[in-house]
Write a protein that binds this ligand. Structure first.
Ligand code: HEC
Ligand code: HEC
Length: 306
């Protein structure tokens, strides 16, 4: 019966195609570390790294819950993040060799910061905002690493994440990362505007402002079409405000007003900053004034909300 043989062959071909597709898909979603050449031979400067650390707000998530702000914070982890996908716990990223990341190399660290890949080669959860950190320069990563290694070690071992199936399967993050991990710039800034270019780097990269200020789609991917237009508050009730120059945003603030807010926490109406932004301002207030002016120049260049 030639007909049956033909359909058997067709079925076999379809199965082979499906298997090839699945294999290609499996490969496409595999964790991938950056090229080691990216950071090879870079010398980190810890003093510069301390500024990157401030912009990155690393202590806000990795210091012990309720820890006092410190010049050299102990990154013992333990802070809990309740999300629709389950509860995450910040790990110990102090330089302790077993409990923290003291045994990591700069290349391991770069893989986490720039690709969201852990030292064991598995995908990291985006509760760690590497989708933004992926835009950092290799030199900033090396400087940050030099500073991280200068912080006090802690032997604390926070509990693991508490996630229901399927979110407890790290491998599944590969598909999400294909959609969400896009380190291209979001806002067009004139190439000759050095101040706004610097601001874009700080805001879209290490400052990860969009992680709080930009709404996400149903898959939890930052919505580039509504960039910085305000979002639900991840820490509880209320919203994170629109910071575009639109009418619902901060169009009425001058660049000086914005820079002053980021330095002092005072709005042009003499309100003072609150919520999770208070710690952001405490960190930013230690930056060179030029960087705060750069952030302000960039925020003026962001497309306004309707
Ligand atoms: C919004 C909270 C948040 C911020 C801000 C944050 N992290 Fe994390 N970080 C996390 C969480 C949660 C994880 C765990 C991710 C996982 O298990 O997949 C993590 C994981 C990591 C890891 C991987 C640790 C491991 O054992 O695999 C490193 C390294 C790290 N963070 C460094 C940093 C640095 C450096 C900064 C600042 C530039 C930073 N983090 C900012 C929440 C945060
Ligand atoms: C952890 C979440 C979070 C991050 C990260 C964050 N913000 Fe905010 N931001 C907030 C919240 C919440 C408020 C509202 C503060 C308040 O109610 O006083 C706010 C307020 C502001 C305001 C004032 C808006 C207004 O109308 O009063 C500006 C400007 C601002 N943020 C800029 C930034 C910039 C620039 C960055 C990045 C360097 C940033 N934010 C990062 C949560 C965040």
């Amino acid at each position: 019966m030639p007909g049956r043989r033909r359909s058997g062959r067709l079925l076999g071909a379809a199965a082979a195609l499906a298997a090839a597709g699945a294999a290609a898909f499996w490969l496409a979603t595999a964790p991938r570390r950056p090229d080691p050449a990216l950071t090879a031979g870079l010398q980190g400067d810890a003093a510069r790294g301390a500024l990157v650390f401030r912009v990155g707000g690393c202590a806000a998530c990795h210091a012990a819950p309720g820890a006092e702000p410190a010049e050299r914070p102990v990154l013992s982890g333990g802070r809990r993040f309740v999300t629709p996908f389950g509860t995450f716990t910040a790990p110990n990223v102090s330089p302790h060799p077993e409990a923290g990341i003291g045994a990591w190399s700069l290349q391991d660290f770069a893989a986490a910061m720039l690709r969201g890949v852990g030292r064991d080669g598995r995908h990291l959860y985006p509760a760690f905002p590497y989708v933004s950190y992926a835009r950092m320069t290799p030199q900033d990563v090396a400087d940050l690493w030099a500073w991280m290694r200068a912080l006090p070690p802690s032997d604390s071992r926070p509990p693991g994440h508490d996630l229901p199936f399927p979110f407890n399967i790290r491998r599944g993050l590969g598909l999400w990362k294909l959609l969400a991990l896009d380190p291209s710039w979001v806002v067009d800034v004139p190439a000759d505007d050095a101040l706004a270019m610097r601001g874009r780097y700080l805001v879209e990269g290490p400052g990860h402002c969009a992680e709080c200020h930009t709404p996400r789609n149903a898959l939890g991917v930052l919505d580039r079409a509504r960039w910085l237009q305000g979002a639900p508050n991840p820490d509880g009730p209320g919203v994170v405000p629109d910071i575009t120059p639109g009418p619902k945003g901060i169009g009425g603030w001058s660049e000086e007003d914005i820079a002053w807010y980021l330095e002092s926490g005072f709005t042009p109406d003499y309100d003072s900053v609150g919520g999770s932004m208070a710690e952001v301002v405490r960190n930013l207030s230690g930056l060179p004034k030029e960087d705060l002016r750069a952030i302000a120049a960039y925020l003026k260049a962001v497309p306004p909300s309707p």
